[in-house]
Ligand binder design. Structure first.
Ligand code: ADP
Ligand code: MG
Length: 249
């Protein structure tokens, strides 16, 4: 039996006349770190959004931890979307913290409301997660007092608080000043080392080279190259891959 955490097969997605995904397949194993690269508009975000149910592909299938949740655009479980959103954590370019809640509550509210954890338990876990991302001392602060890098580390802690099976990251450092990207990438690297299953869209090629087990290259809604990160850096075969990796080769 497949041990894939996420298994997307032949996903097709269109917006009106514009087909954005042309049969994208990806199986990610437990503990695997996959980085997706590709030019703007190639469908990277749409693919991630299909993997957590923010979009529903009209063709193809999606399994989560072996359970078939979507096939040919049909959600197979009444609670498929809830399952997806609970088990697939997502971190976006924009941090989307709740501005009126202090940091501790930003992290604890999901587990309390969605997982029905007691407030006390959810707050204890939230403190552990804040410590993990190096921001326990900000527990009582409000989001607007934080730097962008700190906000993104909180967004990561908030996603982790729901105990996802896999974490998706969509250009998590693209909105940050260059001097703030390192602290976010460091937290992600630590997660990878702890065995978290991750799919990451990023332009940070040095990070990808260091952390990714597998590299996926997308162009115009298709995967045009994929393989072990070291192999692709050594022998990029598709012209698009060579263009994307050029700056770091
Ligand atoms: P990437 O993340 O690789 O930059 P996206 O997945 O965001 O690519 O977008 C792929 C294509 O789909 C783009 O041409 C974009 O304009 C289009 N697109 C994405 N989301 C929508 C939407 N909600 N409605 C219409 N077009 C969309
Ligand atoms: Mg995108």
């Amino acid at each position: 039996m497949s041990t894939a955490i996420v298994e997307a097969v032949a996903l097709e997605k269109r917006f009106g006349d514009h087909q954005v995904l042309h049969g994208v397949s990806l199986a990610v194993q437990r503990g695997e770190v996959v980085v997706i690269i590709g030019p703007s508009g190639s469908g990277k975000s749409t693919f991630l959004r299909c993997c957590n149910g923010l979009e529903v592909a009209e063709k193809g299938s999606l399994r989560l931890c072996g359970q078939m949740l979507m096939q040919q655009g049909e959600l197979l479980e009444e609670n498929a979307l809830n399952l997806l959103r609970r088990q697939v954590g997502m971190v976006f370019q924009s941090f989307n913290l709740f501005p009126h809640l202090r940091i501790l509550d930003n992290v604890a509210i999901g587990p309390h409301k969605i997982l029905k954890q007691s407030r006390h338990y959810a707050e204890t876990r939230a403190r552990e997660l804040l410590e993990k991302v190096g921001l326990l001392h900000k527990a009582d602060s409000m989001p607007n007092s934080l730097s962008g890098g700190q906000k993104q580390r909180i967004a990561i802690a908030r996603a982790l608080a729901l105990q996802p099976e896999v974490m998706l990251f969509d250009e998590p450092t693209s909105a940050l000043d260059p001097e703030l990207t390192g602290e976010v990438l460091q937290v992600m690297k630590q997660l990878a080392q702890e065995g978290m299953t991750m799919i990451i869209v990023t332009h940070e090629m040095s990070f990808a080279r260091e952390v990714a087990d597998r590299l996926i290259v997308m162009e115009e809604g298709r995967i045009v190259e994929q393989g072990a990160t070291a192999d692709i850096f050594r022998h990029p075969s598709h012209p698009r891959t060579r263009a994307l990796l050029q700056p770091v080769l």
